[in-house]
Write a protein that binds this ligand. Sequence first.
Ligand code: AMP
Length: 404
Amino acid sequence: MKTVDTINFAGKKALVRVDFNVPLDKNTFAITDDARIRATIPTLKKILADGGSCILMSHLGRPLKKLKEDGTIDYNKFTLKHTVARTGELLGVDVQFAQDCIGQDAIDKANALQPGQVLLLENLRFYKEEEKGDTIFAEKLSKLGDVYVNDAFGTAHRAHASTAIIAQFFSNAKCFGYVMAKEVANAELVMKQAARPFTAITGGAKVSDKLLILENLIDKVDNLIIGGGMAYTFLKAMGYEIGASLCEEDRLQLCLDLMAKAKSKGVNLMLPADSIIADAFSNEANHKACSNKNIEAGWMGLDIGPEAAKEYAEVIKNSKTILWNGPMGVFEMSNYENGTKQAAIAVAEATKNGAFSLIGGGDSAAAVAKFGFEKEVSYVSTGGGALLEYFEGKELPGIKAINE
Ligand code: AMP
């Protein structure tokens, strides 16, 4: 992989696509979690240590989709100025700011930039051209720097102007930052060189969201563990009564097809034997453990049951490669967190015994963090959507653009 280590940035202006799409406090706009900024600091430090300078570009939120009531852009809310001070603190360098990502202010400030200095450009998504992947817009951005660095894995599955289209203006002067390189290396390790047994744990609300990933994984894994709301569509397809549990009626056949495919490939597709069922979608609802063969009318499965948790843990602990995407139940509520927690404990134990465990972003990462296992798994991915598309077998535009 072509990383920043392959380039000497001395005297060069690096145009770095970072992911500063951080959560902000609704009222004060203070950063509530700076993990994405922290993640990219080593990449920036390498460029600066070489004697280069950094021009940072990012998006923040979806300003064109979340307009103010009068139909105008909410610049106050979506300005990347909110991230200037924190980035400066983490880097130990004053960060300059350009009021616009293209135009004269950006050009003047980029031209004046000296080795060791850092300039952050205003939110790319103030322009519709960014998400459209507009070539002229990408070319304008490209003129600001000498080398293009992509360190934004979270948007690697998007062919946006700054994440993919821009790379064509840098012929050979383009590379991955450390965040991107690490994400891709870990995903490749799982997809291309998995030690066996290889177990995928999938969960979350809907089968329809995980369809492509399930299909693709069946070709690779030894065990496919299914939990969460999506398990009930499978159980219904098998003819079980699932009461008021989540169900996607239009996916029943598809579940049967997936099960048949797993069987024909010798994959151990596991569905939960039991559930924690509740009489309402609430932590305060009446709840109890029950076999999945007879969920009563009006009750819904909100977590895998103790028997399923035990069975799943056994398989997880005996695995050498683990990919986890999606919680086993409504882990946000304490009465339905046990299945996800037991899975996390098993993943941690397997990891301690030498397995490689990769946790997909989003809810799985939140669950692992909630139960305190972040440091006991091999890697927690920062890119939910991008990682999923990678595991669906798609070529990510952000990666392709650098490799081409
Ligand atoms: P996803 O974004 O598809 O990974 O889904 C994650 C969400 O699925 C979490 O917010 C969970 O609370 C929810 N979830 C997990 N299991 C269930 C279930 N049995 N019924 C309803 N929602 C669930």
